[in-house]
Ligand binder design. Sequence first.
Ligand code: FAD
Length: 468
Amino acid sequence: ITHLVWLRNDLRCLDNPALYFASLEANSAQEGVAVIVTPTPIQWAQHNESDAKNGLRAGLIRNLAKTLARLGIPLHILEANTFDQLPDTIAAFCLSNKIEHLWFNRDLPIHEQQRDQALCEQLQQHQINTHIQATDIIVPQDVLSQQGTPFKVFTPFFNRWITILAQQDMTPFPAPNSQAEALPEPNLDLTWEKPFREDLWPADHDTAKQKLWQFCHHKERHYQEGRDYPIEPATSTLSPYLALGALGPRQCLEAIFYTCSQEEKRWQDSIWLKELAWRDFYRQLMGHFPFLCRNQPFKPETNALIWRHNAEEFQAWCEGRTGFPIVDAAMRQLNQTGWMHNRLRMVTASFFSKLMFADWRKGEAYFMSKLIDGEFAANNGGWQWSASTGCDAAPYFRVFNPTRQSQTYDKNGDFIRRFVPELAKLDAKSIHSPKPEQRKQCHYPEPIIDYKPARLAAIAAFDELKRS
Ligand code: FAD
């Protein structure tokens, strides 16, 4: 082999530019291609990555290794503890295998960029080919205002983004060419593998692709009406596959373009596509403002807020024992499945940062440690939006009323019943905010927060910030 493709958060064969171009070049020069994957369990722990995400990641690596073996491409695991160790590990592999060309798709977060930079310096004798469009639909440096500056507000970002999208060829890259004969099925040793809810999230690329096409064919047209109701299976639930790169952005576009053309709709009007644009929006913020990766709020003045630290409240929130049924149902959904509905991510994050007035960074870290779809940019963006510390965030005086959210988006209480079974017998009216005697009967806790004064206190703290 002379061409080595290094896969990271792009664990797929299809729509993978680095893999595709490496195989093209290798084929035309009659050279070989191999793939490496580099688990860094300690680094992942430092980034708070969840067991669920690592479980799915391991499964996807196994699945990918099988597919590549059928194409005659070997997949090697090079394990290291942290990103710092990777340049030496990869350089040693390149030396002993006489690798001349290294290929990878670029990553945006700051530690990942430092890792790649260090490797490039170490491998100066090698030809390194990097490709950009593997994770974002449009890369951050291409979506700029007329003044050449990054957008800090979503709507103008989206208008520019969609204009560029209409001008680009977004056809997915095909699978790599097969290399000679198929290889035997690999038996990988993934010491860091963790159990996860594989019944909900099959570690299989074909299933993920099918899920995408089924969503686009059957559900996308009802997305706008259904997407805010957690009991409805109205959203795609593709986020874990996008986060690990089992699905590529061009694959999503292909499906949405095709469905819209079948239904004679303008793809530009797809609300689902707009959600994918939010993903790019938060990613470009992370790329342009690296201080976001260093625990800093987008609005520096919010560093002066004095957050409350109450260990018991924090624990109750984590475990789904706040006494607010919708919040508890949501947190239990997260703990049990590794995923939480978007409406509920907003409700629980607003509850945490406004009503508990707890430091949003602690909530962000807890989410990351449980989410199967944990992605730094989207998670940080969502938390800073909810805490009103981010750019284009919720206005600080917008404090979600959990009971009203519950009455609106879980009208009959069915979502609550699913995850808070002790309340299952309550009627649709009382389930959102049970009376004290009902709580006692159901062994369900009293609310840990008094909504009205907590809301006013949060607004007053932000008002004070404005004055000073
Ligand atoms: P769909 O509604 O089907 O949307 C399609 C895809 O678009 C999603 O899979 C996701 O990749 C992207 N997307 C949708 N909404 C958003 C959004 N608001 N911001 C960024 N991308 C979006 N999403 C993550 O992928 N990882 C996270 O770690 C994450 N943390 C969040 C934390 C908070 C506090 C909030 C409010 C939101 C967070 N989100 C995160 C965004 C959103 O909740 C999830 O992407 C969505 O719920 C995933 O479900 P789905 O795949 O069914 O989404």
